[in-house]
Design a protein around this ligand. Sequence first.
Ligand code: URA
Length: 230
Amino acid sequence: MRLDRFISKHTEHSHQTARLLVARGRVRVNQQQVHDLRADIDRFATVTLDGEVLQENTAHYLMLHKPVGYLSATRDPCHPTVLELVAPELRPCLHIGGRLDRSTSGLLILTNDGLWSRRLTEPKLKVPKVYHLRTAAPISAETAHRFAEGIYLSYEDLTTSPAQLQQLGEREARLTIYEGRYHQVKRMFTAVGNRIVALHRERMGSIDLGEDLSSGAYRALTPIEIASVG
Ligand code: URA
């Protein structure tokens, strides 16, 4: 929203007075005096008029190393949830960008920026999600080919985008998929007559869990990681 419209919407001042206030340098956006009436005010800008706060929203972008056994939910009567691993003051505003099953570990994104997280998870945008996995039976020779062709998911009546399987051992592989359908990796392996016994998400887009974050710990994303989405 334009700055002059923002001022008249968030105060009792008319549009005309709002313009005057901006021109006189009485409005600050993110601590800076702003004179441009058309400056864009997004939902995370801090805006003050004569020092009085009109809007103060902080954007939070976190990566969490999800342990096995935690639910990707805000609360649950039976199981611990990933939100319980985060500082209590952050919990009310955060949502999960791309859930993981209770039995899956690895990279989980928590944010209060819904537009941003949609760009990470929207299937049409085909952001790569990379999983390390182990299977119950040896991975057959045709699995990589079947995944590259796409697997038909009858419930959604769609075929998954071509996925890349890099075999690391007889029952171990790294899989890159481009959507995040419900139980997608498990269902893909079921479709080829196998079963996942361990699943760990390593990366979403260029956001990499890395080796330094221990299971259950979280950290703020860096500006470069945030900017890499979209
Ligand atoms: N695919 C699954 O089957 N489970 C997950 O948690 C993530 C992707």
